[in-house]
Design a protein around this ligand. Sequence first.
Ligand SMILES: Cc1cc2nc3c(=O)[nH]c(=O)nc-3n(C[C@H](O)[C@H](O)[C@H](O)COP(=O)(O)O)c2cc1C
Length: 187
Amino acid sequence: MTLSFLNQRRSTPSRQLTAPGPDDNQLLSMLQAASRVPDHGKRVPFRFLRIQGDARHALGELLAARKQVLEPEASASLIQKERERFDFAPLIITVIAAQGPDEKIPASERYATAACVCFALLQAAQALGFGAQWLTGWAATDSEICARLGLAADEALVGFIHIGTAKLQAPERERPDAAQLLRDWQP
Ligand SMILES: Cc1cc2nc3c(=O)[nH]c(=O)nc-3n(C[C@H](O)[C@H](O)[C@H](O)COP(=O)(O)O)c2cc1C
């Protein structure tokens, strides 16, 4: 039963996500489940930033303005695409990783924990009947956009998790054949 759920996991493209999104209780249950990740040193090296309502479009406007600065020759349609990027799913949860100095746990391991959170959040959303997609794009690593989202210099934006009701069932894509990826180590 559990394995069959895992085998049905798939993303729903953000453009196919619409209202209603999870209510506050559902969201908190999802975030609670997503926080049960392996975490070397129990650092809890992640936090969440919720983007919903008008804030989604405001973020799109930021992206559009920034794109215009970065690429002054960008076409109007490309700028419009940036403007609409967060307009589809009713809710976007931004997962942020702590990457500052740590005497024992490398930044890569703390990033790995935050990436597990993103994946666990996708699963939790699907478990509650919602569609979700993990997106990054250029904005996730743009220092100006990250600063406007309130990230500190020693934080990384690991993913925008778009969550909502799927307008249609996403078609299955070809999946890797795990048997082909498996080798035995020969000492
Ligand atoms: C770190 C990360 C960043 C991603 N960023 C994007 C992105 O910016 N745009 C995109 O189209 N897909 C992106 N994807 C891929 C989608 O999340 C998703 O995997 C894809 O739509 C295929 O769906 P699936 O999860 O059912 O395989 C990203 C995936 C990961 C793990």
